[in-house]
Design a protein around this ligand. Structure first.
Ligand code: DC
Length: 352
């Protein structure tokens, strides 16, 4: 299972880049745009007057081309560096987008791109967007989404992006250009654009970016939910015969440990490796009481990650009855110096 990758695929102008970038930011992980890789090939081919369909000349060009995803000097997400320079915005031009779609259909280009994309996710957790991430590049990605929107919405979004449409372009002309590109991307022989069978389908036509991000995050945290049962012992109850309120925080902790265990990494292993996850804040809302010998169902799930901080939400139920719900905020710190360490990335690296 390639748990390092969250794959977001979809057609042109479907909002993949904004969603992937936003999701990576929320999770505190890196964002990789794979379209830039094909755009860089088209960009260099154009500079060298090579036709986008000339497989032999492009293959020869790639033999003499150095391309990696590198962090730009001013920081941020990894970007395409080709022969030592970051072309950046030059890759967004409409003629380069069309060229990217053409070179992306050439089998040697796809084979070459595969290695670069896989290397970019080798050492760290990434949100990677493209056309074939969930089907060909990382078919074993743990989380896969297929993002789309209606042709009209996509054309309007593309038109609103500065520098991505030709001067004088209209919604109709942009819609036609997008349709042509999608057709070529979907009909090519190698790694065509299509939804992976196990990808979550999201139509964002009627959604704001925040709504899309909430939805993606919900799917990711849902998959991480862990549930355990616990029968209330006499020792947990107070003089009124109900579970003492402070014990619910202990139940939260028990389930948090199970959550970590389910990731393949126990809390004691984490401490042995020199890390700790102290509680920064704890909130519990009480809805109903539990009694001696009640069978409780306790659930825990990661609901938010902000930089080095992580929120874990818990519920305690007896049958269908909600007894208590709440959350704890944690920071992942080094036990050596108490300094924060990048949380999700660290955990996932350790889980590997
Ligand atoms: O996402 P984008 O618009 O920057 O992509 C430009 C072109 O690159 C797209 O039309 C098809 C190709 N591409 C691809 O074939 N596979 C990917 N994983 C990403 C992009």
């Amino acid at each position: 299972m390639s748990s390092n990758v969250i794959a977001i695929d979809g057609p042109a102008a479907s909002g993949k880049s904004s969603a992937a970038k936003g999701l990576a930011k929320r999770l505190g992980v890196l964002y990789i745009n794979t379209g830039s890789l094909y755009r860089a090939v088209a960009w260099k081919a154009r500079k060298n007057n090579i036709a986008f369909q000339d497989e032999t000349a492009i293959t020869e060009m790639l033999d003499k081309t150095e391309v990696i995803y590198a962090i730009p000097e001013n920081g941020g997400n990894p970007d395409i560096r080709i022969d030592g320079t970051f072309p950046g915005e030059a890759l967004r031009a409409p003629e380069i987008a069309a060229g990217a779609s053409a070179v992306a259909a050439l089998p040697p280009v796809r084979a070459w791109a595969l290695g670069i994309q896989r290397a970019a996710a080798e050492k760290t957790m990434v949100v990677m967007e493209g056309r074939d991430i969930g089907t060909a590049v990382f078919p074993d990605a743990k989380y896969k989404f297929f993002l789309t929107a209606s042709p009209l919405v996509r054309a309007k979004r593309r038109l609103a992006q500065e520098g991505e449409a030709l001067d004088g372009a209209t919604v109709e002309s942009v819609a036609a250009e997008i349709a042509e590109r999608d057709k070529r991307d979907s009909e090519r022989a190698v790694a065509p654009l299509r939804q992976a069978e196990d990808a979550v389908f999201v139509d964002s036509s009627e959604m704001t970016l925040d709504q899309v991000l909430d939805l993606l995050e919900k799917y990711i945290s849902k998959q991480k939910e862990v549930t355990m049962t616990y029968r209330v012992p006499y020792a947990d109850t107070d003089k009124m015969g109900v579970v003492y309120y402070a014990n619910y925080l202990v139940y939260f902790e028990m389930c948090r440990s199970e959550l970590l265990r389910s990731l393949g990494y126990t809390y004691s292993q984490m401490e042995e490796d020199g890390f700790a996850m102290p509680v920064l804040e704890a909130v519990c809302r009480y809805k109903a009481s539990a009694h001696f010998e009640d069978l409780l169902t306790i659930s825990a799930t990661v609901t938010e990650i902000k930089g080095v901080r992580m929120q874990i939400s818990c519920t305690v139920k007896c049958g269908d009855r909600l007894l208590a719900e709440g959350y704890t905020w944690h920071a992942c710190v080094s036990m050596k110096n108490g300094r924060p360490v990048a949380l999700l990335e660290k955990l996932l690296q350790l889980c590997k």
